[in-house]
Each structure stands twice: as structure tokens, then as C-alpha cells.
Design a binder for this molecule. Structure first.
Ligand code: AP5
Ligand code: MG
Length: 181
């Protein structure tokens, strides 16, 4: 079973995915973490992704597909996974459906974590990752709105979407996600 944690930058996808993966004992794939690791090791995918990640732009779908296919071919993914930060475009969502069908896996739920933009900026500026500058945060939010948010309707039509209030403590949000699942 695949669980997708969906939402704008900084809503807590990574935080919640880590907790859920441990509680449910399934794999966790963060495409953002995978790119940061590839960039650090300067792999071919890392070199392709670097400029996009630094700028807060989306890495092209074909590069994303490489990293996702590689991660999901690991044995640990045979029983499913928590996907965090993927898919982010219609092309990625379509590719995921094809990949899952080939593996005999299905999407259980798409959990949309909802946090207002002011709280997002506050959280990310506090975190201080390299792409957590005021300018890049604003750009990532605009990219989310334009490219990624439309997928909400796609998953609503597939009857997979649940929306969870992402304000409050990490534990409170986690409790809401568990109830939604
Ligand atoms: P990615 O790493 O996915 O970044 P993002 O979407 O911008 O999301 P974040 O990781 O910033 O936030 P999050 O929702 O995981 O929140 P977190 O738990 O960390 O992607 C980075 C880049 O990689 C992209 O810009 C793009 O270039 C590329 N990329 C990645 N995937 C891609 C794809 N599929 N297609 C194309 N390009 C892709 O929490 C944020 C902070 O808030 C933390 O400090 C945390 O401690 C804190 N926090 C969490 N929960 C709470 C809470 N309840 N209360 C207070 N603070 C909280
Ligand atoms: Mg993250």
C-alpha cells in the first residue's frame, strides 16, 4: 500500500513521513532528500538536479523518474511506502500510476496537509536549509500553486484524497493523519 503525503513546501511532509514510516514499518521516499543526497555525492542525477533544487524549481520529470524508479526497486519497497514530495506534476502522477500497476501496488490515501503560508514561511526560515531563504520559499510556494496543487483534483476524482489540518504540534498533526488513514 502506498501513502502519499501531499502539500506545499514546509507543511511537515518529511516530519510526518518519518514518524509514519516507523509506526507502520514501511519504507519512506522523499524525493527532496534523494536529490540532496545525490547532489552531495555529485552523482549524474545530482549534477542534473542541482540548479533546480538550489533555485526552488521543479527538477524535470524524466530526472525525477530515474530517482523514483531506482528507489522503488529496492526490496524494502515491496510492501509499499510513504511517498513524500512526489508526485508533484501531472506527468509524475501518471508515471507513478504506471509504475505501481507494474508492481501490483495501489495508492491507499493521498493525505493533503494544509498549513497557511505565513506559518510555512515561519517554519522554513527557522529550519534554515539552503533553499530556505525568503526569496526561494516564495518561489517554491508559487511553483507548488501552479504545478502541484492541481493534482488535488486528480486524486479527489480517484477518490483517494483526504485533507488534514497541519497546524498545531507535530503530535497533533500525526494523530489527525492516523485517523484519516
Ligand atoms: P523537498 O525537499 O520536497 O522540499 P519541499 O517540498 O519544499 O518541502 P520541505 O522539505 O521544505 O517541507 P516538508 O513538507 O517536508 O516539511 P518538514 O517536515 O521538513 O524538495 C526540495 C527540492 O527538490 C524542490 O524544490 C525541487 O527542486 C526538488 N524536488 C523534490 N521532489 C521533486 C519532485 N517530485 N519533482 C520535481 N522536483 C522535486 O517541516 C518543515 C519545518 O517545519 C521543519 O523544520 C520541521 O521541524 C518544522 N515542523 C514540521 N511540523 C511542524 C509542526 N507541526 N509545527 C511546527 N513546526 C513543524
Ligand atoms: Mg521535506
Amino acid at each position: 500500500m502506498i501513502i502519499i503525503l501531499f502539500g506545499a513546501p514546509g507543511v511537515g511532509k518529511g516530519t510526518q513521513a518519518t514518524i509514519l514510516a516507523e509506526k507502520l514499518n514501511v519504507a519512506h521516499l522523499s524525493t527532496g532528500d534523494a536529490f540532496r543526497s545525490a547532489i552531495k555525492r555529485s552523482t549524474p542525477v545530482g549534477q542534473l538536479a542541482k540548479g533546480f533544487v538550489d533555485a526552488g524549481a521543479l527538477v524535470p520529470d524524466d530526472v525525477v523518474a530515474k530517482i523514483v524508479e531506482e528507489a522503488m526497486s529496492a526490496d524494502s519497497f515491496a510492501n509499499g511506502a510513504i511517498l513524500d514530495g512526489f508526485p508533484r506534476t501531472q506527468g509524475q502522477a501518471d508515471a507513478l500510476n504506471v509504475l505501481l500497476q507494474a508492481k501490483g501496488l495501489t495508492i491507499g490515501k493521498v493525505v493533503n496537509i494544509d498549513v497557511d503560508n505565513a506559518a510555512i514561511a515561519e517554519r522554513l526560515l527557522l529550519r534554515g536549509r539552503e533553499d530556505d531563504t525568503r526569496e526561494v520559499i516564495d518561489f517554491r510556494l508559487s511553483v507548488y500553486q501552479k504545478e502541484t496543487e492541481p493534482l488535488l483534483q486528480f486524486y479527489r476524482e480517484m477518490d483517494k484524497l483526504v485533507t488534514v489540518d497541519g497546524m498545531g504540534t507535530v503530535e497533533e498533526v500525526n494523530q489527525r493523519i492516523i485517523e484519516a488513514l
